[in-house]
Design a protein around this ligand. Sequence first.
Ligand SMILES: [Zn+2]
Ligand SMILES: [Zn+2]
Length: 59
Amino acid sequence: MSESRQKRAQKCVSCGINVAGTNAASFDCPECGTGIHRCSKCRKQSNLYKCPSCGFTGP
Ligand SMILES: [Zn+2]
Ligand SMILES: [Zn+2]
């Protein structure tokens, strides 16, 4: 019942805000499988995302 199960920082790949606890979209990079998060604001704006690991960009 604690909040410590998610210790990794979850940052929006587009604007860099902390998306932990928000309804951000989370998915895996199709190239390297790295977990990617995007906040609802950037999702609405359909900002491109860029994988922090391999540099893959996508819609
Ligand atoms: Zn964002
Ligand atoms: Zn990647």
